[in-house]
Design a protein around this ligand. Structure first.
Ligand code: PEP
Length: 254
């Protein structure tokens, strides 16, 4: 049985002061709620204070990126060892904003995945197609290429520590979510890819999230799809009450 997972990607939002306020509110809303695993991914500057605040709660810490280098003369980079030391359990890798604005290739993402796993941090690996690729019937091809780069560097023992997030780029921050059926179709496909590369037990074990304009209005129908194991949430993770509704989607009356 895969436990639902809701991940908040704060992107480049919230100062330390603002983060403290948001996290305190979130704790009030979601503490003691055990039905969903909750991960928040604040910016680097807020990780330490976040870690202090969420101690002894059910909220888990994640980061939004890491360097694929170990350490050394890489100005501006943050290493996996630094994130491990601060108490990060997860890291978002291969987000489309990093792939497109910072020219991260699938090979870069794979190197980062390796680096995260070397330090016991679970990667949340984003894959997904652009609008033009969806419209030209290439969604599966793109997702398959992006996933293959990850499979290339991981064995059976390692792949079980990965979470995939299917994030169609046209749905991110646009208010236009994929339909539950479309999201589920690609997520099932990713599960099949995992099964073909590794085995069926691993495919059934691995969690695959949907991301792209998830909100309290659509979370229940998305989560009603048996293959969708949770959500990677951008905009709606920046407001504590809204985020808590996603975490407690089982209780939403819609
Ligand atoms: C994201 O950035 O991963 C994301 C899904 O953003 P939003 O929820 O705002 O579409």
């Amino acid at each position: 049985m895969r436990k639902p997972l809701i991940v908040g990607n704060w992107k480049m939002n919230k100062t330390v002061t603002e983060s403290i306020g948001l996290i305190k509110e979130m704790i009030d809303f979601v503490q003691d709620y055990e039905q969903t695993e909750v991960v928040i991914c604040p910016p680097f500057t807020s990780l330490w204070v976040a870690r202090e605040l969420i101690q002894d709660t059910n909220i888990v810490l994640g980061a939004q990126n890491i360097s694929y280098h170990n350490e050394g003369a890489y100005t501006g980079e943050v290493s996996a060892r630094m994130l491990q030391n601060i108490g990060c359990d997860y890291v978002i890798l291969g987000h489309s904003e990093r792939r497109s604005y910072f020219q991260e290739s699938s090979e870069d993402v794979a190197k980062k995945v390796r680096q995260a796993l070397n330090f016991g941090i679970k990667p949340i690996v984003c894959v997904g197609e652009r609008l033009v690729e969806r419209e030209t019937g290439k969604a599966r091809e793109i997702v398959s290429e992006e996933a293959a780069a990850i499979f290339e560097v991981l064995n059976k023992q390692e792949i079980v520590n990965i979470v995939f997030a299917y994030e169609p780029i046209w749905a991110i921050g646009t208010g236009k979510s994929a339909t539950p059926q479309d999201a589920s179709e690609i997520i099932k496909y990713i599960r099949t890819l995992v099964g073909n590369k590794y085995d069926e037990t691993i495919a059934q074990h691995i969690r695959i999230l949907y991301g792209g304009s998830v909100s309290p209005e659509n979370i229940k129908s998305l989560m009603a799809e048996p293959d969708i194991d949770g959500a990677l949430v951008g905009g709606a993770s920046l407001q504590a009450l809204t985020f808590s509704k996603l975490v407690k989607f089982q209780q939403l009356q819609l």
